[in-house]
Design a protein around this ligand. Sequence first.
Ligand SMILES: [Zn+2]
Length: 114
Amino acid sequence: MSEKDLEQLKKQLLQQRQEIFKRLHNLEDDWQALSEHDIEPEDEAQKAGLTELFNQLDLREQREIEEIDLALSKMATATYGICEACNKNIPLERLQAVPATSYCLKCKSLQNGE
Ligand SMILES: [Zn+2]
């Protein structure tokens, strides 16, 4: 995967994340600022703000956020794009369609019992 592809996918993830919170809150001004940052766990004030918003999401949305955050943290450790079940690279087209996915299409459909 090229740097450029990765950068593009990261943008998609951050945007998805922002949209989930937007649905909830009609976007508070400070959320705009928060979401433009990468995740910085050492910033306690920011973390508290995120947690507060997070707790107001419904379960499905919380899962979406968790998947997105997981994908973002994988990008930071260069393990992004590798299927968690079979350890093979997930095809770029699939990542572009579903950037937060942790599984290749084959493993995902096995999981769903399809
Ligand atoms: Zn797989």
